[in-house]
Structure formats: C-alpha cells, structure tokens
Design a protein around this ligand. Structure first.
Ligand SMILES: [Zn+2]
Length: 204
C-alpha cells in the first residue's frame, strides 16, 4: 500500500499518475492504490482495513470492492422452507371483540407454497374473528381481507420451489372458501343486508 496523495482530492480530481481517471471516480478501484472511499482529508491515513468509514476499499475484487466478504447477494429464500424463488410479503390477521382488538401479522420471505398457506390461515382467522367490534366491522377487517387478497397475488405469481431443494413447508391446506370458519363472515354481511332491507321497508 502506498500513501494517498497529499492535499484535497476533490480540488485535484485528475490524478497525475492514473492512466484512466474514470477508473478511479466511480468507486471501483481496480488496481490503482489511490484511496477514493475513505475521505482522506489531510492526514496521511494509511489505506488499511480500518478506513474511517469502514470500507476496506482495496481488496482486489473488481466489482465488489466495498464488500469483499459478500461477493454476491444470496438468492432470496423462503423463511419457512428455504426454497426459492420467494418474495417478501406481509399477511395480516385481525380480531375484534367488543372493544378488544388485536392485530397480527406474518412478515418475511415466502415461497409460493408457504405464502399461500399463511395467506389462507390468516385470512380465514380474520373472517371469523374479525367482525365483533364496531371498528373492526367497518374498518379493520375489510381492510385486512383486501390487503391479504392483494398480497397473495404476489406469492401466487411465483413458481413453486423445485422438489428436494427446500425443507418442511407450510401446509397450504384448502382454499379459504372451503374452510367453514370463513363463512362466519356471512353473519355481519347478512346483518348489514337485514338493516338495509329493514330501513327500506320502513320508509315505504
Ligand atoms: Zn416455503
């Protein structure tokens, strides 16, 4: 390692020794020993591992000089089974009982199979536990159900992980409309319809 150039590097943008000045401007120091990322003010700080901002700049990795320990980011893997492809999603669950309301969620990287299982579980739970407080009835539970529906499209677009490349998966189970508890949601819907019909017939 050699010492950095004296003076302010921003006042003299073109170093005299560099054959290609653009090779040292973009943060990709290839072979030139001129430190660009450590903000050398005036002191001759040796460009070692402990540069002031924690960037060990000169490591000989052309494309990833700033992160020598991670040559490339790992492929996104499912948080449940480790399979890929996976997307980061957040499914929600809501429960409202009189004035007691709870908000649950499951967030993270999920593959197609596990994401579908989480979606169905949390949505079904919301559809039968979510209606029993006023705010839940008109606000939180409809929002939660629609939110899950939208987010589920992200995992449904993924191809399923290849067999043998993942661990134990979340049981996707049966669709929401085949889970009897989901039909508890018909109670508030019918109740609202009943109120509407009652109001209409009383007016006439
Ligand atoms: Zn999975």
């Amino acid at each position: 390692m050699t010492t950095p150039p004296q003076g302010n590097p921003y006042a003299a943008p073109v170093p005299q020794a560099g054959p290609n000045p653009y090779a040292q401007q973009g943060g990709y120091p290839q072979t030139a020993p001129v430190p660009q990322q450590g903000y050398p003010q005036t002191a001759p700080v040796p460009p070692q591992q402990g540069t002031p901002y924690g960037y060990p700049a000169q490591q000989g990795h052309p494309g990833y000089g700033a992160y020598p320990g991670h040559p490339q980011p790992p492929a996104p893997a499912c948080m449940f089974c480790g399979g890929s492809p996976a997307v980061h999603v957040t499914f929600r669950a809501h429960r409202g009982i009189l004035i007691l309301m709870t908000f649950g969620k499951q967030s993270g990287m999920m593959c197609a199979t596990c994401g579908l299982g989480v979606y169905r579980e949390l949505t079904t739970r919301t559809l039968w536990q979510g209606w029993w407080s006023p705010f839940s009835l008109f606000l939180f539970t409809p929002f939660t159900a629609i939110h899950n529906l939208v987010v589920a499209r992200k995992v449904k677009k993924l191809p399923a992980p290849a067999p043998g490349q993942h661990g134990q998966q979340v049981d996707p189970g049966v669709p929401v409309h085949r889970r009897p508890l989901a039909y508890v949601a018909l109670v508030p819907v019918l109740w609202i319809l009943f109120m509407i019909v009652t109001g209409l017939t009383q007016g006439s």
